[in-house]
Write a protein that binds this ligand. Structure first.
Ligand code: HEM
Length: 548
């Protein structure tokens, strides 16, 4: 019977309905559905189109997406719902309201894990590493990370590796660039620096990205490739990438190969260190995280950490620590170039610390610390982040979140919100972070849920202290020795790239001029009268001791 009804219906369609009628009917349905979405949308929020969700609005504003998203959030009162394309499996809310962020990151932490959506996109590269883990697996990695990173021994070691890399590689590279007058992409140099630095801190190996001639480093290249291909899964409909994965073709095949190369490198390093421990009976001479965790596991981890645990731990650390501080520094140098008053105060701070002629609190270079913090308020290295709801919930501002939906917190917009930072929120003003009386950094008084640049709550960035030490060491060493001159004409090209990290889309082309010298546009280094060089005054301790 049912078969006869279907056959009759098909005959009717064939005889009486033309393709153009179908097209008109589909267009009417689409328009009605679009009108309904428009009417039910929150005022100010972007339109959620039938089938395509928020994508048309994103494409229309692609060139200016961060600022467009910020304006939309401010118009919508700080929170609005979003939906990706049908079949894309992505929906939820976007917010910049600190109370909502606190709810997700702390108050109702148990309901907002990283979740399967994130995990399945990164599992080939990260396995069960801290960045990808939830529940017990996350707790075990987190404990290992905090014990390892906050031990006095690691802190001393990491300051040493940072100082050695700054003085041994970075400064000599910049000296030769300054002598030749050649321009360079500063973002690329900084990315190389932090990659080498995190490999030294996590594995105790020299990745060699900053070696002479800035070579192509296969490990860095496959790591970058595996990360990019994992991120591509976030913007590809799951049925597409999952089908490709099943068939082992295209980008999915490339991802499996790149992730395998990264994991093999990590496995080899872990195996070699294990062999060294067996042979010599100690890793006492090594202070990197891998060696510390292997040779001195906590007493309640009987038999120590497994090799798989250590492999995943190190890979997550490289991912977490390889590009955030370099990107933060690139924006910092960019902002300094257009704020000579801030640059002068930063320099004065560095000189005071170098000369050791100030009181003890100032040797930690509070003004520089404030300037970096302020720069990341405007250009947060992780511009947005998300968590996935386990169960239905209601956020403090009354927004409903359904199970398996995501709450995206938009750090970039939070840093540019007048209601949080005042009418001068778009100005680069490091003073807002300093105590007016003492000039000491007073950022600790701010709510961590208003400035979520390093995340907040139980999943606060483990590397925050390391990152500040690293950024201050680089900024102090570079600014004390060189003037960083932007190549002209970049005002229009220096823009953030759409990514999980706020890279500059086309890098940052600069020249270095040794202090006391000046580069004329298009020429090499020429001496300038009256310049002052403090190159030889900067003692080792001054660039290594500052930490928060
Ligand atoms: C300016 C530099 C940095 C910024 C802005 C930053 C920011 C962040 C953010 C936003 C998160 C939360 C990610 C999430 O849960 O989705 C995070 C987590 C993390 N960061 Fe950083 N980070 C920086 C540097 C570093 C460095 C240098 C390291 C390593 C040495 C590091 C290690 C980690 C780790 C291990 C986590 C995971 C913590 C957890 O899930 O419990 N970070 N960071």
């Amino acid at each position: 019977m049912a078969r006869e009804v279907v056959a009759m219906a098909l005959r009717f369609v064939r005889e009486y309905v033309r393709a153009s009628d179908l097209a008109v009917a589909a267009a009417v349905l689409f328009a009605c559905s679009a009108a309904r979405s428009r009417l039910s949308a929150k005022p100010g929020a972007p339109m959620l189109w039938p089938v395509f969700g928020v994508l048309p609005a994103l494409f229309a504003n692609f060139d200016n997406i961060y600022d467009w998203g910020t304006a939309a959030l401010l118009r919508a009162g700080g929170t609005f719902p979003y939906r990706g394309m049908w079949g894309g499996g992505s929906s939820g809310v976007i917010t910049s309201v600190p109370a909502n962020v606190e709810h997700v990151l702390k108050t109702n932490f148990a309901n907002y894990p990283k979740g399967p959506y994130f995990r399945e996109r990164f599992v080939e590269l990260l396995g069960d590493g801290i960045f990808n883990a939830d529940g017990g697996a996350w707790r075990a990695q987190r404990r290992a990370a905090t014990t390892g990173m906050h031990s006095a021994r690691f802190l001393e070691f990491s300051s040493g590796t940072i100082g050695a890399l700054v003085r041994g590689k970075l400064v000599s590279l910049l000296e030769s660039l300054s002598a030749s007058g050649d321009a360079v992409d500063l973002q690329d140099v900084l990315l190389r620096f932090t990659f080498d630095n995190i490999c030294a801190a996590a594995f105790g190996v020299d990745a060699g990205c900053l070696a002479e001639g800035l070579p192509d480093v296969p490990f860095a290249r496959v790591f970058e490739r595996a990360t990019e291909l994992s991120l591509a899964r976030f913007v590809t409909p799951p049925f597409v990438w999952k089908a490709k994965r099943l068939l082992g073709v295209g980008s999915e095949r490339a991802l499996v190969e790149a992730a395998r190369a990264v994991r093999e490198f990590a496995e080899r390093t872990v195996a070699e260190r294990r062999a060294e421990l067996r042979k010599t009976g100690t890793l006492a001479g090594r202070c990197d995280l891998l060696s510390r965790l292997m040779s001195a596991p906590p007493s309640d981890v009987p038999g120590g950490y497994s090799d798989e645990f250590l492999r995943d731990f190190c890979i997550s650390f490289i991912l977490a620590g390889r590009d955030t501080s370099s990107v933060a520094l690139a924006w910092f140098f960019w902002l300094l170039a257009s704020h000579p008053d801030v640059e002068s105060r930063v320099l004065a701070d560095i000189r005071a610390a170098a000369a050791g002629d100030d009181d003890a609190s100032r040797t930690s270079m509070d003004y520089l610390h404030a300037a970096l913090t302020e720069s990341m308020r405007l250009y947060p290295p992780v511009p947005a982040d998300f968590k996935e709801a386990l169960e239905d919930d209601v956020l403090p501002d009354g927004t409903a979140v359904r199970a398996q939906q995501r709450v995206i917190y938009y750090t970039y917009a939070m840093g540019r919100d007048k209601s949080l930072w005042g009418p001068d929120c778009l100005e680069f003003r490091p003073e807002r972070w300093l105590s007016p009386k003492s000039g000491v950094f007073a950022g600790g008084a701010e709510s961590p849920y208003k400035y979520v640049v390093f995340n907040a709550g139980p999943r606060l960035c483990v590397g925050k202290r390391f990152a500040y030490t690293q950024m201050k060491a680089v900024a102090a060493a570079v600014l004390a020795r060189f003037r960083v001159e932007m190549l002209p004409g970049q005002e229009k090209t220096v823009k953030p790239k759409l990514n999980t990290t706020l890279y500059m889309k086309r890098g940052l082309m600069v020249r270095f001029a040794a202090r006391g010298q000046r580069h004329e546009p298009g020429h090499g280094a020429v001496p300038a009268a009256g310049g002052c060089s403090i190159k030889h005054q900067l003692p080792k301790a001054a660039i290594e001791q500052s930490e928060y």
